[in-house]
Design a protein around this ligand. Structure first.
Ligand code: AKB
Length: 401
């Protein structure tokens, strides 16, 4: 890069920075110091590659200064490899291990890195690369992305709805501040970024039956607010900086091998475990509370499909996806078809009930079906059979029938 080109880039960055932060023509001394250091870095790359992005985020000079053409430069390096190199944050939650398993089958074991701040179980640790990553630590994130030449980032770290209401400051920190780090790292390194949103991104003033992609979104949980924020910021960075942001609004996800943590839809997982273990289940939502739900396999497949979809098929960057919708009573009935002795009682949790009462009852996912061919495979009877099969209820079924 010539000296004049470096100066032009730095001038644009400095103008943007001062325009954002100050009115008038004041220039910060720190900005000049940054310019000097960054200019040196631009002119003297220490490897064969030309750096296109000035990574000096520590003093708030971040992707806000990255122009769209810089972001597309990085997607060139993505096509250098046969497979994406994937980092999954919050990898030890309900979905990460399953997603890693599916992506490793497709892209190779070493091309998918699970990360979390918790210690993995030994079978997870032995199944493929695992790394410590704290999304609140930007330098740690950057080191992982750079050292592993990450090209796709799946951002699963988040506090869910019920647990978020119990600790709003922490939910804000993880779901909003942490997400800002993810956005910045994704723009700086030209990553394809997947962020799940949720039925919880809607509120009582949204149409609830069905809920379309585009409508009023005024959630009353910190979880919902943080997810609307993520949808809007991701789309804004897509338009402004060319960030390849992809987002699906998940329904409640039901899985056998992994437990959700602190959600409003958790009852629909717990019922299977309790039915198999004790034959009794106490539900914390009213029997007629209808919510959209999905089996984990459909959810993970949808995630891979939207990540692989050609960009020109994505008319939108945030899509509803749906598979089925049921109430606790309907789910219990379906489980009782196989485990007739199951006893279900109700002890309503007012926090969860209020949340559920403000969420969609049915999700309209026609845009996802039209644009990138989304199609669910599991309906309620299939879900129940599969869950009970995986949890080893066969002996109890045989016993009771
Ligand atoms: C929750 O209940 O908080 C989550 C969700 C629907 O996003 N499972």
């Amino acid at each position: 890069m010539t000296s004049a080109e470096a100066d032009a880039i730095l001038k644009t960055a400095a103008d943007n920075y001062t325009a954002t932060c100050y009115s008038g023509d004041r220039k910060m001394p720190v900005m000049r110091a940054v310019s000097t250091v960054a200019r040196r870095a631009l002119l003297t790359p220490d490897c064969g590659c030309l750096p296109q992005v000035i990574a000096v985020r520590g003093i708030s000079f971040s992707p806000r200064q990255v122009v769209a053409s810089d972001a597309s430069f990085h997607s060139v390096s993505f096509s250098e490899t046969d497979h994406p190199k994937v980092l999954i944050t919050g990898g030890l939650g309900q979905l990460g291990v399953g997603l890693a398993k599916m992506l490793r089958k497709r892209f190779g074991k070493n091309n998918v890195i699970l990360s979390d701040i918790r210690k993995p179980a030994s079978h997870v640790f032995c199944s493929g690369p695992f790394i410590y990553s704290d999304i609140l630590d930007y330098k740690n994130l950057r080191e992982i992305v750079v050292n592993n030449r990450i090209t796709w980032l799946v951002h699963y770290s988040a506090l869910l709805s019920a647990v978020g209401e119990a600790n709003v400051p922490l939910a804000r920190e993880v779901n909003i501040t942490g997400f800002h780090n993810i956005l910045d790292i994704a723009v700086e390194h030209g990553l394809r970024l997947f962020v799940p949103s949720t039925i919880g991104a809607f509120g009582a003033t949204s149409p609830r039956n069905p809920t379309p992609d585009l409508c009023v979104q005024r959630p009353r949980t910190i979880y919902g607010v943080s997810k609307v924020h993520a949808e809007l910021m991701g789309e804004y960075y897509h338009h402004k900086y060319g960030l390849d942001f992809r987002c699906l609004r998940y329904p409640g996800i039901i899985s056998a091998d992994s437990q959700p943590g602190g959600g409003t839809t958790d009852y629909a997982v717990q019922i299977f475990h309790d039915a198999v273990k004790t034959g009794r289940f106490e539900c914390n939502l009213k029997p007629d509370t209808r919510l959209p739900m999905m089996y984990i396999e459909d959810c993970l497949r949808a995630t891979l499909e939207v990540m692989e979809a050609p960009a020109d098929t994505l008319a939108m960057r945030t899509y509803n996806i749906s598979a089925m919708s049921f109430t606790p009573e309907e789910l219990a009935c379906e489980v009782q078809k196989q485990l007739p002795d199951l006893q279900v009682t109700y002890n309503i949790d007012p926090v969860r009930q209020a949340i559920a009462d403000s969420w969609p009852m049915n999700f309209d996912d026609s845009n996802a079906r039209r644009d990138w061919g989304w199609k669910h495979e599991y309906d309620l009877p299939e879900l129940v059979q599969t869950m009970l099969g995986s949890l080893g209820s066969d002996s109890r079924v045989a016993h009771t029938s």
